[in-house]
Design a binder for this molecule. Sequence first.
Ligand SMILES: Nc1ncnc2c1ncn2[C@@H]1O[C@H](COP(=O)(O)OP(=O)(O)O)[C@@H](O)[C@H]1O
Ligand SMILES: [Mg+2]
Length: 251
Amino acid sequence: MTVFNPPTSSDPHGKEVFIRCRNVSKSYRKGKTIVTPLEALDLDVGRGEFLALMGPSGSGKTTLLNLIAGIDSPTTGELWVDKQNLASLKRGQLTAWRAKHCGYIFQLYHLVPILTAFENVELPLLLDRSLSRKERHSKVAAALDLVGLANRADHRPTELSGGQEQRVAIARAIVTNPGLLVADEPTGDLDRKSATQVLDLLREFSSEYRKTIVMVTHDAVAANAAQRTLHLEKGQLVEQVQITTSEPTEV
Ligand SMILES: Nc1ncnc2c1ncn2[C@@H]1O[C@H](COP(=O)(O)OP(=O)(O)O)[C@@H](O)[C@H]1O
Ligand SMILES: [Mg+2]
């Protein structure tokens, strides 16, 4: 088996590599057949880069996001995030790693309905026993402030608009100050104005706070907010897509 080294401090373009996938494959058993949505995939993402991932439904976008987030492990290959080879971690270690290093933003927010915005954002901090109540509260207040919702702290999800719910979910994802944010169609259920607010926040986290962001999207406008877009097709990542038109081609 080939052993890859952890990413060196810079790639050929002088950027620090934050995520490095080498020869990553992921297979699932579906009844008697084996599905392999990702096959021998290579990917480098720089620290602080905002990357968009596109591709048809079922092409493995969520699968890749879950590997990068440490929710799932690759079947083969190596996956480094910030000098940690996730493929070498056991399930419990992976869970601990994820709680510290990765914030996950979902299409449908996944807020706890009976909790207020403040309590939802506080949830990930409750895992950290070293924090006092006062420290937790100041972190929650700062995160809600960053997403522009300091004045909605006591509202429950049903009392918020979709865009506000997603911004609470973003506050929850960043409250532990992770280096990595992954987002699975974060604007898929939002109107254009709310989507723009969410995308502006993600851009700000990448440019001002050097968070590395990997965002799955179906929406070309959302992808435009990112610095780079990759397309997942047949288990592989491609940078350029062939634009096909219905125009007849001359021969
Ligand atoms: N936990 C799982 N068990 C079995 N098959 C799965 C699982 N997760 C994803 N798949 C399969 O892997 C393929 C890619 O799925 P997914 O990553 O969700 O695609 P996308 O997010 O691009 O729509 C699909 O064929 C899907 O059915
Ligand atoms: Mg998906």
